[in-house]
Design a protein around this ligand. Structure first.
Ligand SMILES: Nc1ncnc2c1ncn2[C@@H]1O[C@H](COP(=O)(O)OP(=O)(O)OP(=O)(O)O)[C@@H](O)[C@H]1O
Ligand SMILES: [Mg+2]
Length: 488
């Protein structure tokens, strides 16, 4: 299934362009210490051919360069490769040009003299943003084959196959998409798959982690701000929506977005317009929104934390990522895939998992979903001294009592969520509210369905059903009669 060709994790290459030799040397030394490969040039004219010849992951470029200016070079770079992130360096007082650079697709800018830590954080973020756009996301082929490049979404289970079909259907349009699911189920992967299968695949893709932005900075981050719009707004800044014009924005964990920002998002979705913070100028944008959440948004609506109208606007196209325990048939393939990936990354040669481990992997509840499985396999591959992984490579299964306590608590929480959903639905559909019969009617509804389910599971054997339910056969028969279950 996998090719034998080993693919090592590539060290990112950064191209630094500045007409000052001193700055080039300083940045090269610093960035190499941080673990990157660094190429430097004194002019943009020397830099441009390198972008085509070498695999460059990030460009850090001064804006004031002899010959071809940084801003013109940026336009050329973006024409060649719109997804290559570029950080612009500007001198104090030339931020107007930096803003122009951002409008032309620069990832961000730093004003000289900058703190090296500030640049270091920006470099990490820019590399991540570029990688999210550039790394290809594909699906496992029908015969199980895994593409060599990029990441692959594994999923042979009917639930995942259905999701792949939905992605195919919704990708083309520009409709907003809401991806729901527990943490670690692959929401981000699916968001990237929607983007890469859409007609906007050659335009930018920007991910915004709504859980990581302080509330006070949220609007400014997404919609930009004027100089002096609030304390700390030293310069005017362009927001993510404007930066991403024509492309796709991924609002990760949208449930954590403040209400005031939600109002603005709704307007962008409906009218494609907004005003930056502190500005009266209306800006038009054409951005597709993909949102994700691991929360039940209707609960947030009830608490007054999420706008109902935004929820309905977003949920028209919803993709639900099932927890891993509901698609256990994918576990062997996922395990294989993660072994293959870890082998490549850590230069190991693990062939697979033994039978005992496989059945434990399939048995376990995986509260952290695919991410937990991936991490467990990666650690096992790194630590294992053998060719095949076994139970002793998984500390998780060597302390079963810990696992099961956590599982029980988790299961209880999951059940509580499920029951809440069911009961809400029953209440919505019932004319009972206020009738004084609520408890009896709901219990009857639940009992009827429970008996029906167990009967089906026991292939209609009444004695087995009664035994499983822990009631007498007579009681079972009386209940079956009152619920009309004899002919089903
Ligand atoms: N079907 C899959 N096939 C291969 N890898 C997967 C699959 N689903 C998830 N993964 C991997 O599991 C990890 C978690 O996935 P991802 O970040 O997309 O989850 P998430 O739902 O966004 O989680 P969170 O809510 O915690 O952000 C990633 O490393 C991803 O590559
Ligand atoms: Mg995520």
């Amino acid at each position: 299934m996998y090719s034998k060709r080993k693919k090592k994790m590539r060290i990112p290459t950064i191209l630094v362009v500045d007409d000052s030799k001193a700055i080039l040397t300083m940045l090269k030394t610093f960035l190499e210490k941080e673990g990157y490969d660094v190429i430097t040039t004194l002019t943009a004219l020397d830099a441009l051919p390198l972008i085509q010849m070498r695999e460059i992951d990030l460009v850090i470029m001064d804006i004031k360069l002899p010959g071809l200016s940084g801003i013109d070079a940026l336009t050329e770079i973006k024409n060649k490769d719109i997804k290559l992130p570029v950080i612009i360096m500007t001198a104090f007082g030339t931020t107007q040009t930096a803003i122009e650079a951002m409008k032309r697709g620069a990832y961000d800018y730093v004003t000289k003299p900058f703190k090296i830590n500030e640049l270091s954080n920006l470099v990490k973020k820019a590399l991540e943003a570029g990688w999210l756009m550039r790394e290809s996301v594909s699906y496992q082929g029908e015969k199980g084959e895994i593409p060599q490049e990029g990441v692959c979404i594994i999923g042979n289970s009917p639930l995942m196959q259905e999701i792949f079909k939905t992605v195919g259907k919704v990708a083309e349009s520009s409709a907003a998409v809401l991806i729901r699911g527990q943490s670690g189920t692959g929401k981000e992967l699916i968001a990237r798959a929607v983007y890469q299968n859409s007609s906007r695949k050659d335009k930018p893709f920007l991910a915004v982690n709504c859980a990581a932005i302080p509330e006070s900075l949220f609007e400014a981050e997404l919609f930009g701000h004027e100089k002096g719009a609030f304390t700390g707004a030293i310069n005017k800044r362009i927001g993510k929506f404007q930066q991403c014009d024509g492309g796709t924005i991924f609002l990760d964990e949208i449930g954590d977005m403040p209400l005031s920002t939600q109002t603005k998002i709704l307007r962008v979705l409906q009218e494609h317009t907004f005003e930056p913070v502190g500005s009266e100028k209306t800006i038009n944008v054409d951005v597709r929104v993909i949102a994700s959440t691991n929360k039940e948004l209707w609960k947030a609506i009830e608490k007054g934390e999420f706008r109902e109208d935004l929820y309905y606007r977003l949920k028209v196209v919803t993709i639900f990522m099932p927890p891993l325990c509901q698609r256990k048939e994918d576990i062997p393939l996922l395990a294989d895939y993660f072994i293959h990936k870890s082998n490549n990354t850590f230069s190991k040669n693990i062939k697979g998992v033994d039978r005992q481990l496989l059945s434990c992997l399939k048995e376990y509840h995986w509260p952290g979903n695919v991410r937990e499985l991936e991490n467990a396999i990666q650690t096992a591959v790194i630590m294992s001294k053998k060719g095949i992984l076994g139970l002793d490579d998984f500390p998780l299964f060597n302390h079963p009592e810990q696992g099961s306590i956590k599982d029980d608590a988790r299961q209880e929480r999951d059940y509580a969520d499920i029951f809440e959903d069911i009961l809400k639905e029953m209440l919505k559909n019932s004319k009972l509210t206020g009738s004084g019969n609520l408890h009896r009617e709901i219990m009857k509804g639940l009992e009827k369905n429970l008996i029906k389910l167990v009967l089906d599971k026991s292939r209609k054997s009444q004695s087995k059903t009664a035994k499983l339910l822990g009631i007498s056969r007579n009681t079972l028969r009386t209940r079956m009669k009152s619920y009309n279950l004899f002919d089903t």
